[in-house]
Design a protein around this ligand. Sequence first.
Ligand code: ATP
Ligand code: MG
Length: 306
Amino acid sequence: MGQLFDHKEIFAFGSGKGGVGKSFLATNVALVLGRKGRKVLLVDADLGGANLHTCLGIPAPEANLSDFIHHNRPIQDTIIRTPFENVWLISGGQDILGIANPKHTQKMRLLKALQEVDVEVVLLDLGAGTGHNTLDFFLVADKGVMVVMPEPTSVENAYRFIKSALYRRLIVLASDPAVRDLVEKASDRRNDAGIRTPAELVEQVVKMDPTTGQMLRDSLKQFRPRIVLNQVRSLADIRIGFAMQAACQKYFGLEVDFVGYLENDDQVWRSIRTRQPLAAMGGGKLFRSFETIAFNLLSNQQLKPE
Ligand SMILES: Nc1ncnc2c1ncn2[C@@H]1O[C@H](COP(=O)(O)OP(=O)(O)OP(=O)(O)O)[C@@H](O)[C@H]1O
Ligand SMILES: [Mg+2]
């Protein structure tokens, strides 16, 4: 992977549904990259549900994100070394009420600070769902990775997540109140403006205000979420990744990269119970899958249908 790091990259791991494996995936991708000699910073941005330290098998550190957000401590003071080669951690704040809802300026200050930390990759582990904080972190990252399980509830919530992220992206960009109103309206799928897809919304905006419309159109083109399927049990499960890709293209006009999948494996809960991250052992079939996902994320590649 030597040639792939010409600048720092920030990845965010999100999901529509909770408990699908975001923290597990982020931790193990970090360890795989660390073993390959890359400097990685894991950031527990699951505000209100922080548990990345447990995935790493370490006690909750004293220093954490809330020191930076609420007490203006330098970001360097919140970073701790983990027992794993080249992997550092900013643990999640434990003062749940205080940190759960940072202001926009606080989020931007965090992002700026993360861009200045001396590592090659930053991995943001987000909370589940479509709250504004989660969507904002997902959108500002260089690459947003959505973790999905191959079951109807998770897939349904994943589409909702993508759609919410898309509309949030357009709302943040649109400064004209009339355009913002239209975006808000369109995000309700029963809207009376007859807008059914983000592509139709953009076309309406083009008619109202061509410059803004073009900006939104470009923004849609640049939004390229990644999908990882977790806990797959069959070939049919894996095909769900490709089917989701096709559906996003058809209904949202959106390119989505299916970057990899992880099999359902009893080793996972065993590793979590014993607090030993899987990738720390450096072998096994899931290790290969973490490597594939890490490689595809860094090199902008994806799986090919069989
Ligand atoms: N590939 C897998 N095989 C078997 N079990 C798995 C696998 N991946 C995850 N799990 C199980 O799912 C649980 C939830 O994983 P994890 O905590 O990473 O999810 P999450 O998406 O971060 O949850 P939350 O939304 O609460 O933050 C794990 O504790 C583990 O037991
Ligand atoms: Mg989690």
